[in-house]
Design a protein around this ligand. Structure first.
Ligand SMILES: Cc1ncc(C[n+]2csc(CCOP(=O)(O)OP(=O)(O)O)c2C)c(N)n1
Ligand code: SF4
Ligand SMILES: [Mg+2]
Length: 305
């Protein structure tokens, strides 16, 4: 809901200015944004900003790191400490940030190409380490910003500029990938599932360890046009008709096929020492005394300790 501000102009009439409640969290000097009409990215950003406010982490401790791409633009729009890094390198940058200042809540907000293709190596190792950070991966099934090349998340049979007859590669099932590598919180929603996505993002932000949220999101300009899937609204209708909520689903069963059903929900939530926990313990053993660079109880986001 918007907010009406009344500004008395000196000696003149009272001017009414309409402000969006998220304005304090946006770099208004960067607006209007570059995203196309009915692209899902605005919705995901909106959910993230709401989740920041509902999380238990103070605003000053939130940081956002993005790679390059349409999704990567998010870091430039949020008014918290933000870093727009090189393509595929958001995760190592975020890791360095967390190690330099363990108090920060570091969130990587980036695209499927950035995180799973060029940055795939960094993704598996961040998950393996249970690195203390949250990753929001916006999966639009293609490299959108560069004109729609296919990649490792493109469903088999989907057409893109570099796959004019349809991709014939097996795509990654991203939740299974990060789960099998060691992620301790894994969820998936579509950009239609606003309420659920916000709840999940709050949980992910409060979680200690590597939390990963995949958001399936419309790219009407490139992916949908190439595949004649209609407008952004048509894609939301498809999500509505094809999404099946299955909390706790075995991640091996959540593959996405072209025009197929989409299993969504919170799949994994487990408690395991994080990278900083194991680093503290190892350094403590080396120097012969307790070494704590990050204070706080060992706790999963569902409150289990
Ligand atoms: C090292 C490097 N390689 C390639 C590029 C070109 N490039 C820019 S954005 C992009 C794809 C982004 O895809 P994705 O991460 O899925 O984001 P989307 O645009 O789909 O949101 C590529 C290949 C680059 N900028 N830097
Ligand atoms: S090209 Fe696709 S992902 Fe990029 S802003 Fe446009 S609709 Fe969104
Ligand atoms: Mg993409």
């Amino acid at each position: 809901m918007s907010e009406l501000l009344t500004t008395p102009a000196p000696g003149g009439p009272v001017v009414e200015e309409e402000r969006h409640p998220h304005e304090p969290f946006l770099r208004m000097d960067r607006i209007p944004h570059i995203w196309c009409s009915t692209c899902g990215l605005g919705t995901v950003l909106n959910c993230y900003i709401t989740a920041i406010q509902r999380s238990s982490v103070p605003r000053a401790d939130h940081t956002i790191v993005s790679g390059i791409g349409c999704t990567g633009r998010a870091a430039g729009y949020v008014k918290i400490d933000s870093f727009h890094t090189t393509h595929g390198r958001a995760l190592p940058f975020a890791t360095g940030l967390k190690l330099a200042n363990p108090r920060l809540k570091v969130t990587v907000f980036s695209g499927d190409g950035d995180l799973v293709a060029i940055g795939g190596n960094h993704l598996i190792h961040a998950a393996r380490r249970n690195m203390d950070m949250t990753v929001i991966c916006v999966n639009n099934f293609n490299y959108a910003m560069t004109g729609g090349q296919f990649g490792p998340t493109t469903p088999e049979g989907a057409k893109l500029t570099t796959a004019p007859y349809g991709s014939y590669e097996h795509p990654f099932n991203i939740p299974f990938l990060v789960d099998s590598c060691g992620a301790t919180y894994v969820a998936r929603w579509t950009s239609l599932h606003v309420r659920e996505m916000i709840e999940t993002l709050v949980e992910a932000l409060n979680h200690r360890g590597f939390s990963f949220v995949e958001v399936i999101s419309p790219c009407p300009t490139v992916y949908a046009r190439r595949n004649r899937l209609g407008t952004g609204l048509d894609l939301l209708k498809y999500y509505h008709d094809s999404a099946e909520v299955r909390h706790g689903a075995d991640t091996r069963d959540v593959d996405i096929s072209f025009k197929g059903r989409i299993i969504v929900g919170r799949f994994v939530q487990r408690c395991k020492p994080t990278y900083l926990d194991t680093m503290d313990a190892a350094l403590g053993r080396s120097v012969g005394k307790e070494f704590v660079c990050y204070e706080g109880p060992m706790q999963a986001s569902d409150g289990r300790s």
